[in-house]
Design a binder for this molecule. Structure first.
Ligand SMILES: Cc1cc2nc3c(=O)[nH]c(=O)nc-3n(C[C@H](O)[C@H](O)[C@H](O)COP(=O)(O)OP(=O)(O)OC[C@H]3O[C@@H](n4cnc5c(N)ncnc54)[C@H](O)[C@@H]3O)c2cc1C
Length: 307
């Protein structure tokens, strides 16, 4: 949902093939939306991923296929192998040699890439918050996925807010701000690093869902988390290049919307490492040029053109 005057909102609706809906007819008096706003449903069969369980599942499947998962192994250096390939070193001094290396270190990408290759990637870590709010008594069921409550985004300036239906914590709903203050991933202020994110979301709730969600006293729970934001909010999927050529592949800058793409991005990165190209994506006509590292060289905001 968002202002009908916003070209970005209209483009998002058009590109997703979304169907305009009357919020009141669909969800009663849950939402109070300003005049001149449009709301649309992009996917009637959408769901919510349980992130922790999903990661565990992928790790278990990888192990079944012969992968070795090493927790708490911090990579501190990546260098060219003496006879080609790559040597990866961890903070405990262990070294691993291989033909290729795929780097997916989230908010730490800029730091690691700068230290191993001297390359400046404009991937900014942002300190964001996962906020759980209390649903007002009597409305607990209405805001659940079972009752048909949606995952939604609200695109009003300055409050870009999103939510998923009440799910893992009965009686609470997750409503968050898309973004947060820039941070250093190694020295975050976990208590107050979120800046005014809580106030922004509370203000949005008081305006848009006042009868359904409680803001007095603040959120019931607030968990710190990080985005790895690029200037155009598009991903970085590319070879590192330089002395590493095609031996180091980078997958980063997922800008707060990368989780659901994990399986697709993972197979792209694996094919780039194995074959030097993402064959399956190419066959499907997916244009990966969009995600190249050097797109920011000439235009710092590159893909974020005004729609
Ligand atoms: C609050 C919040 C809500 C989100 N909601 C959504 C959503 O609704 N939909 C969606 O699609 N996406 C969402 N995302 C974004 C999604 O979580 C990310 O895009 C995705 O997790 C990025 O994956 P990644 O592998 O790049 O980074 P991460 O998931 O951050 O993984 C990076 C890993 O690398 C490790 N690491 C870092 N440095 C090193 C090192 N030197 N050596 C070894 N390991 C290292 C880290 O410990 C971490 O485990 C959300 C993110 C946040 C914070």
């Amino acid at each position: 949902m968002g202002p009908r005057s916003s070209a970005s909102v209209l483009a998002a609706i058009r590109n997703a093939g979304a169907e305009e809906v009357n919020l009141a007819a669909r969800w009663g008096d849950v939402f109070r939306v300003p005049d001149g706003w449009v709301a649309a449903v992009s996917d009637h069969g959408a769901g919510v991923l349980h992130a922790t369980e999903s990661v565990e599942m992928f790790q278990a499947l990888a192990v079944k296929k012969g992968a070795v998962v090493r927790d708490n192994a911090k990579v501190v250096d990546i260098r060219k192998g003496p006879e080609g390939g790559v040597v990866v070193k961890t903070s405990t001094g262990e070294e691993f040699s291989g033909a290729k290396c795929v780097v997916t270190v989230g908010a730490w990408t800029s730091k690691l890439v700068k230290s191993v290759a001297g390359v400046d990637l404009p991937i900014q870590p942002l300190h964001t918050l996962v906020l759980y709010w209390r649903i007002k008594p009597g409305h607990e069921r209405e805001l659940t996925a079972e009752a048909g409550f949606p995952t939604f985004s609200s695109y009003g300036d300055p409050h870009y807010v999103y939510s998923t239906p009440a799910l893992e914590r009965p009686g609470l709903i997750k409503i968050n701000y898309h973004g947060g203050p820039p941070c250093d991933p190694d020295s975050r202020d976990l208590i107050s690093g979120g800046g005014d994110v809580v106030e922004r979301v509370a203000q949005w709730i008081d305006e848009f869902m006042p009868g359904f969600v409680e803001t007095a006293g603040g959120p019931v729970d607030s968990l710190p988390c990080m985005y790895s934001m690029t200037p155009d909010e598009d991903f970085v999927i590319d070879f590192l290049g330089g002395e590493f050529g095609q031996n180091v592949v980078i997958g980063a800058g997922f800008s707060g919307h990368g989780f659901k793409m994990g399986p697709a991005v993972g197979s792209v990165l694996a094919e780039m490492a194995m074959y030097g190209e993402a064959r399956t994506a190419a066959e499907a006509g997916v244009e990966l040029d969009h995600f190249r590292i050097n797109r920011f060289d000439s235009n710092p905001t590159e893909n974020a053109n005004d729609l």
